[in-house]
Design a binder for this molecule. Sequence first.
Ligand code: SAM
Length: 280
Amino acid sequence: MSAIDTLPPLRDVIASHGLSARKSLGQNFLLDLNLTAKIARQAGDLTTSDVLEIGPGPGGLTRGLLSEGARKVLSIEKDRRCLPALAEIQAAYPDRLQIIEGDALEVDPLAHLTPPIRVAANLPYNIGTELLVRWLTPPDWPPFWESLTLMFQREVAERIVAQPGSKTYGRLAILAQWRSDARIVMHLPPEAFTPPPKVSSAVVHLTALPKPRFEADAAVLSRVVAAAFNQRRKMLRAALKGIAPDIEDRLVAAGLKPTDRAEQIPLEGFCALARAVAAP
Ligand code: SAM
């Protein structure tokens, strides 16, 4: 393991600060700084961007982002036990790292960041999907971020890039692919983490498109897709009964068959349906 900075190895950081991993906080740490630098590189050229990181923990990815030249990193961490370790990184990069102690679901990071902004994180598994959906569904587009480079459980990563007809195709695939390019850029085995989780992980890189692929209202599309996949084995006319009383007519207006199932409908079809549902 070669050094990417002059700070101590992460194993020593964890030992000296007593950072035993807590399952309740989704703590599976990356200790190999070559690996964290490699993840940071997947985020693209950081030298001209501010980077938002959720859950820095002992700071492995934070150090990767900084050593790869990020203009500024803002890291939000809920576990205050990590703060002294993060303060040591801050001392090594005085003008480029800002730490906020708090819950990423509640803190508004935008007051502290200057565009262009990239997001890079090894997300805590319990809030990863919620954060991703928030980042993908602002009412207006383009969003505050240019790209998201995010570690997920492999199964979640596969749901984000899934295509129609596959078992993993659903709400995440549609919301992600509607307004961004999404691809899996790295696979990581459980042993890459300390402690190792039960499942494999993958890094997904999403680039925001300048405008959505097809016109639709974000809130309506979200609602339609959630209902359609909530009962994915049912025909659309049954799964979407609660969305509009005349849903069969609206399905037909969108060019869909009321007897189709959600799994078969491509993104374009869901956007047409969202427009038909929003129509007076
Ligand atoms: N980035 C570190 C790494 O790669 O080794 C740690 C990643 S670990 C999977 C997730 C981190 O998110 C933990 O440090 C955990 O304390 C933090 N975390 C959990 N819930 C959080 C929340 N609601 N807001 C901010 N951070 C959170």
